[in-house]
Design a protein around this ligand. Structure first.
Ligand code: ZN
Length: 197
């Protein structure tokens, strides 16, 4: 990955409660929220790290992250509202998200609508965990996203290291993967493949 320009957006004060946009993620929050355990008890937020390549080298990559509370506007929706409010049809947007959990069914539908309406957006979502993947509604949402051209992936150990280096206030500390990270990745990878095949 080439060096990237770091920019952060500040949400209007009214939105800060539900969707904060900060420069870098607190390392403890990252290790807790992105941990790819199967039972994600207590993890009631979504963290969304994003890279946006607008195909214009002068502007570099836009980079940042969002976090939400599940009671407020979800991070996925907040991304399109706050980070990419204007769509320039002349530009091609290549967007990559690293999210702590995959989208709920409502967000999956909203994202799919955006992708259908804005053909100049290519989105890849890397998810640490699959959110409630056993639910039929959730699976349907993932299939709708897949059909809309969204690339869905489960985060590999290397993706966690990359996210740590790129989005976390890591104070130059190396990232130590937790036990079972690879096994959990393989588990979710297999489930996702079964769902969207
Ligand atoms: Zn959602």
């Amino acid at each position: 990955m080439p060096p990237v320009d770091c920019r952060c957006w500040l949400a209007p004060p009214a939105d800060r409660e539900h969707s904060r946009m900060l420069d870098r993620i607190d390392p403890f929050a990252f290790k807790f929220q992105f941990k790819n355990v199967e039972y994600s008890s207590g993890r009631n937020k979504t963290f969304l790290c994003y890279l946006v390549d607008q195909g214009n080298t002068a502007d570099g990559l836009l980079k940042g992250y969002l976090e939400d509370e599940h009671t407020g506007c979800h991070a996925e929706e907040a991304f399109f509202t706050h980070c990419l409010p204007h769509n320039d049809p002349a530009l091609k947007y290549t967007i990559t998200w690293y999210v702590s959990s995959s989208p709920c069914s409502a967000c999956a539908e909203k994202i799919a609508e955006v992708l259908k309406a804005r053909k100049n957006i290519k989105l890849t979502i890397f998810a640490a965990r699959l959110f409630e993947w056993e639910e039929a509604e959730i699976q349907a949402g993932l299939r709708i996203l897949h059909a809309a051209g969204c690339k869905l992936r489960v985060m590999k150990p290397l993706d966690f290291s990359y996210t740590w280096e790129t989005f976390v206030e890591n104070e130059e500390q190396p990232f130590n993967l937790w036990e079972d990270c690879k096994e959990n990745y393989e588990y979710y990878h297999e489930k996702l493949a079964e769902i969207i095949q």
